[in-house]
Write a protein that binds this ligand. Structure first.
Ligand SMILES: Nc1ncnc2c1ncn2[C@@H]1O[C@H](COP(=O)(O)OP(=O)(O)OP(=O)(O)O)[C@@H](O)[C@H]1O
Ligand SMILES: [Mg+2]
Length: 439
C-alpha cells in the first residue's frame, strides 16, 4: 500500500539507517532509525556533536548518498538520485577559483539544461538578491570570506530551490560577517523574496539555531538518532538578550548534555564506557578552577560559561563529558556543578591534585583501568598499543579507536598508572613503579 502524505510535507525521512565499512573490516553505524519531517514554511535546524552524522544525513536527503534502509520522500516522491529543486550551501564555500562570480553562480544551473541567455539573466538576479551587485566579474580570491559565502548562497538560490540545505554555512565566517549574512537570509525568507519553501540547516552553534529556526532537531551519537525536538515559537527579528531567547538556549544546552543512556534502548555497556572525549588534563584543570572561582562558586549556567570562557560548543562539551566521567563535575539541566571531589581537587596542592586525578582515573575510566590490568598481567609488564587498538576497533572506526586510545594514554600517563614509549608504542609499568599509586 502506498503511503499518502499531506502536500505540505516538503520532506519525510523515515527510519533512516546508514553505516560505513571500516577499513579493518566491520561496520561503523552512523545513523540508525532517523525520522524527520520538514513542513512547508519551516526552518529546521539540525544540531548534533561532531560525527553524529549530520552531513551524512544531508547527503542522503539530497540524493548524493543512499541510505541502507529507510525512506526519503521529497515532496511526496521517493528520492533515488540527485534531486532537482533542492540546493545546498557548504561551510567551505566550494567555489571554483578559475571562474568569476557570475560563472560560479551560473554553474548552479548547469545541470538543469537552462539556455545560456536565461542562465545569465537568472545568475545576475541571484547575485543582485544576495548583495553582490558589482562583483560579477571578480574572482573568488579577490573576495572576503563573507563575500565568497554570498557567492555560495547565490549559486544555491539561482536554482530557486524548494528546499534549501545548509551545512554549517556560517561557521567559517567571523562573528560579525556571519551575523550580517544570517540577517540577510532571514529577511529574504520572511519577505518571501525567494521561492524557497523550507530550510534545513546544520549547525554546531546553539544560538544560531535558536536565532533562525522554527524547530530544532537534536541528533545523538553512537549511532545518530533523533534525541529531541524543540519548537522555537519566537517572532523575528529575535533578540538574543530577551529572556525567552535565553531560556530556549538553556533548554537546548540541557537536552544536548543529557547523558545519552537509554536512547532507543540499545546501549552497549562496554564500548560506550570505553569512549572518551577529547579533553586535555590542563583544560580540565582550568575548567574545574574556573567553576570553583568567582562568580560561579561551584555551579555555572552553560551558555554563560561558554560565553565567558570564549568556548564553542565543540570545545566545551568534550570537557564537560570528561569531568562527568571522572566524577569531578556533573552537567544537568543546562548547568554544570562541581562534585565534592571536584572541590577537593581545587583546594589541593599540585601533588595531591595528581593523586586525586589518579584515583579517579583508575576508578571511573574503564579503558585506563583495563590497560593497567593488562600490563599488570603480562610477562615483563609490557604491552604494545596495537593490542588495545585492535580491541577498540571492534567498537569504533579506526580513526575513533586511535583517538580514544590517545586520550586514555594521556590521562593514564599523567596519573602515572603506566608509561608509554612514543617510538615503539609500548605501554609499560617502567615509570609508575617509582611513584606507587594506591589504586
Ligand atoms: N564516506 C565515508 N566513509 C566512511 N566513513 C564516513 C564517511 N562519511 C562519513 N563517515 C563517518 O561517519 C560519521 C559521521 O560523519 P558526518 O560527517 O556525517 O558527521 P557530522 O555530524 O557532519 O560531523 P561534523 O559536525 O564534524 O561535520 C563520522 O564518524 C565519519 O567519520
Ligand atoms: Mg558535518
Amino acid at each position: 500500500m502506498e503511503t499518502v502524505y499531506p502536500e505540505t510535507n516538503l520532506l519525510n525521512l523515515t527510519n533512516i539507517r546508514k553505516s560505513f565499512k571500516k577499513t579493518g573490516g566491520g561496520e561503523h553505524l552512523v545513523l540508525d532509525g532517523v525520522s524527520l519531517t520538514i513542513n512547508e514554511g519551516e526552518i529546521v535546524a539540525l544540531l548534533g556533536r561532531s560525527g553524529s552524522g549530520k552531513s551524512t544525513l544531508l547527503r542522503i536527503i539530497s540524493g548524493l548518498a543512499r541510505p541502507e534502509s529507510g525512506e526519503v520522500l521529497y515532496c511526496g516522491k521517493p528520492v533515488t538520485g540527485p534531486v532537482t529543486g533542492l540546493a545546498m550551501v557548504f561551510q567551505s564555500f566550494a567555489l571554483f577559483p578559475w571562474l568569476t562570480v557570475l560563472e560560479n553562480v551560473e554553474l548552479g544551473l548547469d545541470a538543469m539544461g537552462v539556455p545560456q541567455a536565461e542562465r545569465h539573466r537568472r545568475a545576475l538576479a541571484a547575485i543582485d538578491l544576495i548583495g553582490l551587485d558589482g562583483f560579477e566579474s571578480a574572482y573568488p580570491k579577490e573576495l572576503s570570506g563573507g563575500m565568497r559565502q554570498r557567492v555560495g548562497f547565490a549559486r544555491a538560490l539561482v536554482v530557486e530551490p524548494t528546499l534549501l540545505l545548509m551545512d554549517e554555512a556560517f561557521s567559517a565566517l567571523d562573528v560579525l560577517t556571519a551575523e550580517t549574512l544570517r540577517t540577510d537570509l532571514i529577511e529574504l525568507w520572511l519577505e518571501r523574496r525567494i521561492p524557497t519553501k523550507g530550510i534545513l540547516l546544520v549547525s554546531h552553534n546553539i544560538e544560531e539555531a535558536v536565532l533562525l529556526a522554527d524547530r530544532i532537531v537534536i541528533l545523538g551519537t553512537n549511532p545518530g538518532a533523533v534525541l529531541a525536538e524543540i519548537k522555537i515559537p519566537l517572532e523575528h527579528p529575535r533578540d538574543r538578550e530577551a529572556q525567552a531567547f535565553r531560556q530556549l538556549v538553556d533548554e537546548v544546552y540541557a537536552l544536548m548534555t543529557k547523558r545519552p543512556r537509554g536512547v532507543a534502548g540499545k546501549v552497549e555497556a562496554v564500548p560506550l564506557s570505553y569512549r572518551l572525549p577529547d579533553a586535555h588534563i590542563n583544560q580540565m584543570a582550568g575548567l574545574i578552577e574556573a567553576l570553583a572561582g568567582v562568580p560561579y562558586n561551584g555551579r555555572a549556567d552553560l551558555p554563560e560559561l561558554a560565553d565567558r570562557m570564549g568556548f564553542g560548543v565543540d570545545q566545551l562539551f568534550p570537557l564537560l563529558e570528561a569531568l562527568g566521567i571522572l566524577e569531578f563535575a556533573h552537567t544537568e539541566g543546562g548547568d554544570v556543578e562541581l562534585t565534592p571531589s571536584g572541590k577537593s581537587y581545587v583546594e589541593a596542592d599540585i601533588l595531591r591534585r595528581k593523586e586525586i586525578f589518579a584515583e579517579h582515573v583508575i576508578r571511573h575510566v574503564a579503558l585506563a583501568a583495563h590497560i593497567r590490568h593488562v600490563i599488570d598481567e603480562r610477562p615483563g609488564n609490557r604491552a604494545p598499543e596495537e593490542r588495545f587498538l585492535r580491541e577498540l576497533e571492534d567498537f569504533f572506526s579506526e580513526e575513533e579507536a586511535e583517538r580514544v586510545l590517545r586520550v586514555a594514554i594521556e590521562w593514564g600517563r599523567y596519573a602515572e598508572h603506566f608509561a608509554y614509549e612514543e617510538g615503539s608504542g609500548i605501554l609499560s609499568l617502567e615509570d609508575p613503579e617509582s611513584a606507587t599509586i594506591s589504586a
